[in-house]
Design a protein around this ligand. Structure first.
Ligand code: UD2
Ligand code: MN
Length: 469
């Protein structure tokens, strides 16, 4: 078996030769809602300038019922001189799923290539995507997403190796380094990389295969959730999702979107209800609001799943994404971890940096029952896991100190991360032989959990509660 275990790089991409005559053609589909002029036009011109003419059937811009003045006449005029560019307009606000499908419904290319409306394609971005789909029709292929600076709009690129997509149990998309397992599967530094999920905006798919797979869930509104739904569906129904290290497209990750994203929760619930089987409970435990969210009718999507004889979510987790830790969520051992003496105070952890989960202290805060920062799981390894996010953090106490600090969890729990939750509610730290107690902060208001000699006080008693009464 040919094995490549070195760094994944783009250096050799330039040597790659393509058989242009035989590659499929593509329709590039760009949906937009109230996008700025410069970023939208940059996307269009960069597609035209970096793509071999012979491969581009057309560029379809779908206006999702924008109300900004510059996107009306002025845009139509600007594009009228570009023979390959078509502008179609939705007659009401559709949301990105149905807007993209509007574009797909008129597309004439063999392959649909979706882009966000604030991108810059990098020289050579298109050929690898089409080449791969030419080889394997059921491959859905993403470019590496480079960063365009949100303030200066400078193309910053990507430091280090391409990353692959995952998710956490809140159903939030996450980035990961390529695991060893997948590295060993690669035959060269410019081979495709398998990815459990995609970010959502930039990918190429055979038009025929997209239709076979059931395109998109048209019950999803505005923004969010469709990326994980499509990722699960691709894998579970027999396709593959990949990133091609030779294809690079820059994207502006804005600080704030020009529209409300309140529909994201219902969209995620639809994805969970159709694809996740019993694992959807792990999601609902971590986001109790999701369980109450009206999500409409998913019976057609379930029928699609049955018709395509798609595999179950357990298969997906075990085969495609074994790196994701699957919580146990034993009854009575997850949710809010509440103190008995203080009544309404719960363990709370809110790391200031979303990307740096470890290193901060657990505090106590008024119990809110919303999961998220107050969700903890007590495992059979005696860990107190903060596992709404990836990577997962575990409560730890460093030798000689008394504060509860989050460390990254390990495969086998180290001794300083082990707590015994006893029948009487006491929470005993085995290594130090002390108990966790709710203690008033020395400065400021509020309380923190600290290690103290074990006594019988209610301030040393803790219990899990799944939700607010
Ligand atoms: C990411 C994806 C995005 C989408 C989203 C989840 C990338 C780079 N971006 O968020 O494509 O999968 O996750 O839903 O992977 N749009 C409409 N109508 C709407 C709302 C948005 O046409 O009602 C357009 C929007 O103008 C843009 C695209 O849909 O072209 C994606 O929206 P975004 O850029 O605000 O999403 P992003 O990049 O934060
Ligand atoms: Mn975007």
């Amino acid at each position: 078996m040919p094995v490549y275990a070195g760094p994944i790089g783009t250096l050799r991409c330039k040597e790659k030769k393509y058989d242009y005559e035989n590659l499929p053609t593509t329709s590039v589909i760009i949906a937009f809602y109230n996008e700025a002029w410069s970023t939208l036009l940059r996307t269009v011109y960069s597609v035209l300038e970096t793509s071999p003419d012979i491969l581009v059937e057309e560029v379809i811009l779908v206006d999702d019922y924008s109300d900004k003045e510059h996107l009306k006449e002025r845009l139509a005029n600007e594009l009228s001189g570009l023979p390959k560019v078509r502008l179609i307009r939705a007659s009401k606000r559709e949301g990105l799923v149905r807007a993209r499908l509007l574009g797909a419904s008129v597309a004439r290319g063999d392959v649909l290539t979706f882009l966000d409306c604030h991108c810059e394609c990098h020289e050579g971005w298109l050929e690898p995507l089409l080449q791969r789909i030419h080889e394997e029709e059921s491959a859905v292929v993403c470019p590496v997403i480079d960063v365009i600076d949100w303030n200066t709009f400078e193309y910053l690129g990507n430091s280090g190796e391409p990353q692959i997509g995952g998710f956490d149990w809140r159903l939030v998309f996450t980035w990961h380094v390529v695991p060893e397992r997948d590295r060993l599967r690669m035959k060269s530094p410019i081979d495709v990389i398998r990815s459990p999920t995609m970010a959502g905006g930039l990918f190429a798919v055979s038009k025929k295969y997209f239709e076979y797979l059931g395109s998109y869930d048209t019950g999803m509104e505005v923004w969010g959730g469709e990326n994980l739904e499509f990722s699960f569906r691709i894998w579970q129904c027999g396709g593959t999702l990949e990133t091609h290290p030779c294809s690079h497209v820059g994207h502006v990750f804005p600080k704030q979107a020009p529209y409300s994203r309140s529909k994201a929760l219902a969209n995620s619930v639809r994805a969970a209800e159709v694809w996740m089987d019993e694992y959807k409970e792990l999601y609902y435990h971590r986001n109790p609001r999701a369980r109450l969210e009206p999500y409409g009718d998913v019976s057609e999507r379930r029928q699609l799943r049955a018709k395509l004889r798609c595999k179950d979510f357990r298969w997906f987790l075990e085969t495609v994404y074994p790196e994701l830790h699957v919580p146990e969520d034993r009854p009575g051992f997850f949710g809010m971890l509440q103190n008995k003496g203080l009544k309404e105070y719960c363990f709370d952890y809110n790391p200031p940096d979303e990307n740096q989960v470890s290193g901060h202290q657990v505090i106590l805060y008024a119990c809110h029952g919303m999961g998220q920062n107050q969700f903890f799981e007590y495992t059979s390894q005696k860990e107190i896991r903060y596992n709404t996010r990836q990577p997962e953090a575990c409560v730890a106490v460093d030798a000689g100190t008394d504060a509860l600090i989050m460390h990254l969890c390990e495969d086998t729990a180290p001794d300083n991360q082990k707590f015994l939750l006893q029948e009487d509610g006491s929470l005993f730290h085995e290594q130090s032989r002390k108990c966790v107690q709710a203690v008033r902060k020395e400065v400021g208001n509020g309380f923190v959990p600290l290690l103290r000699d074990c006594t019988n006080t209610d301030h040393q008693k803790w219990f899990f509660k799944e939700r607010m009464p």
